[in-house]
Design a binder for this molecule. Structure first.
Ligand SMILES: Cc1cc2nc3c(=O)[nH]c(=O)nc-3n(C[C@H](O)[C@H](O)[C@H](O)COP(=O)(O)OP(=O)(O)OC[C@H]3O[C@@H](n4cnc5c(N)ncnc54)[C@H](O)[C@@H]3O)c2cc1C
Length: 430
């Protein structure tokens, strides 16, 4: 069995930041990830709605870490941890393998949560993986190609009025207003709290609601989903009245729970978890009584820090700095909040920055653009994304649809899958 100095689990924001930081001191590191790519999750909704091709938000890890000779990358899913023996078991295409470590950083992220209704997972679309986004994209194209009379196909319900819900609802509506203009599509956005983007509140939430409603989105706040089946979703408003909406598309962006690996780590390191299964880590990011295991990012809970990429990245660097001796072991992690933002629709975003700075509209949108360009990984990806954004937001293209076989509505109304997309200017643009 091989043994290495540090094993990092996960190639998301936290794992990648940790690995890059360890490379600065040439610490021998093995990064094990279930996927061969680094996924830029904040832009999944743009893949789902054709703004960006899939590859632009998922560069291969091997390329990102190219030249960092101290880092080995392994594609595999970690399934077991023996904390006392300092040994991990991971599954690859060719079978189970083991690796020994001296220090471990676990950054396995989060999965979608359904508030105890796990059966809803099969009846809804989520946006956590690239496959999720690509699957939703194909489904949306099918829906827009459905016969005019098929109301359920042309009704889209997004559950969860946080950033992801707002962004995907805004973009689905834009497919209707700018691309498939002859389709009588309706978009509902359902949120349990009294406001959209409840963590922002005030002016930013008001702006978001007004902008989406002005575009024709039906915003239902103080509203909870009570049932979902294959052709309808039932919601209950603040007055207790129930409403059933006929739809074949429910996009679920309402809850999170830790990935299964969190339970494995919790048991091995004797660490408590919260209701979402996230590890209740120590202030210095260690897990339970283990000084050799760190857990970071979305699979953890510490000081109420949000499940956002800057938290995962800063934690990754903090854990790596303790391992490479640049920060004293045991130093408590402090999150530096640089603000949050969400795109409402084309040319409109809201930004909640430090020092009480709040931006809306076009100014917010350009701020969003600059920040996302900065954080997108790799020069080629940045260049390609700028080109796609110019085409999508400056013009009317949906570059992501170019890689899909677009269904066409035939005279009888049934979608056929013969026509390959070639749509710099989509066929049904007004
Ligand atoms: C749709 C969406 C939109 C978002 N928008 C924003 C935003 O606008 N701004 C923002 O700051 N944050 C946003 N976030 C949150 C942000 O993406 C997360 O906070 C961030 O990805 C957390 O990083 P992480 O490293 O903890 O986990 P992740 O980035 O999820 O990475 C987890 C990694 O672990 C791997 N993995 C999982 N299980 C195993 C296993 N058993 N073995 C090996 N590898 C495993 C996965 O393959 C993945 O590589 C968004 C998230 C989503 C889903």
């Amino acid at each position: 069995m091989r043994t290495t100095e540090v094993v990092v689990i996960g190639s998301g924001f936290g794992g990648l930041a940790a690995a890059k930081q360890l490379a600065k001191s040439a610490v021998p590191t093995t990064l094990i990830s279930a996927t061969a790519e680094h996924l830029f999750q904040p832009l999944l909704y743009q893949v789902a709605t054709g703004v960006l091709p899939a590859a632009e938000i998922a560069p291969p890890i091997a390329g990102i870490l190219d030249g960092k000779d101290c880092i080995d990358v392994i594609e595999g899913r970690v399934t077991a941890l023996d904390a006392d023996a300092q040994v991990l078991t991971y599954r690859t295409e060719t079978g189970d393998r083991q690796i020994g470590y001296r220090r471990l950083i676990v950054a396995a992220g989060a999965a979608q949560g359904y508030f105890g209704h796990d059966e809803w997972a099969d009846r809804t679309f989520s946006l956590k993986t690239l496959d999720d986004a690509v699957g939703l994209r194909a489904h949306l194209l099918d829906c827009f190609a459905a016969p005019m009379a098929d109301t359920a196909a042309h009704t889209f319900v997004v559950v969860g009025g946080g950033a992801t819900g707002v962004e995907i609802a805004g973009q689905i509506r834009e497919l209707r207003t700018r691309h498939f203009t002859d389709v009588p599509a309706e978009v509902y956005l359902v949120e349990g709290a009294g406001d959209l983007l409840p963590v922002y509140g005030g002016r930013l939430s008001d702006f978001t609601r007004k902008t989406l409603e002005a575009e024709g989105i039906r915003v239902l706040t103080d509203t909870f989903v009570t049932d979902i089946d294959d052709d309808a979703v039932t919601v209950r408003g603040a007055d207790g009245a129930e409403q059933t909406i006929a739809t074949r598309t429910v996009v679920w962006s309402a809850g999170v729970q830790a990935t299964p690996l969190a339970a494995v780590v919790a048991e091995a390191a004797k660490c408590e978890t919260d209701r979402a299964g996230r590890l209740l880590i120590n202030p210095d990011l260690t897990v339970g009584a283990r000084a050799d295991i760190y857990a970071i990012g979305d699979m953890t809970s510490l000081n109420g820090y949000p499940g956002q990429s800057p938290v995962a990245m800063q934690q990754g660097r903090h854990a790596a700095d303790m391992i490479r001796g640049k920060t004293v072991t045991g130093t408590a992690f402090r999150y530096l909040d640089k603000g949050s933002m969400a795109v409402v629709n084309r040319h409109n975003a809201v930004v909640d920055a430090p020092l009480g700075i709040k931006l809306t509209g076009l100014l917010g949108w350009f701020t969003w653009l600059a920040v996302h360009l900065f954080y997108l990984v790799g020069f080629r990806n940045r260049f390609a994304a700028v080109w796609s954004w110019l085409r999508a937001f400056g013009g009317r293209a949906r570059p992501g649809f170019d890689e899909v076989t677009v269904p066409a509505r035939d005279s009888g109304g049934a979608a056929d899958r013969e026509r390959t997309a070639e749509r710099e200017e989509p066929a049904r643009v007004a």
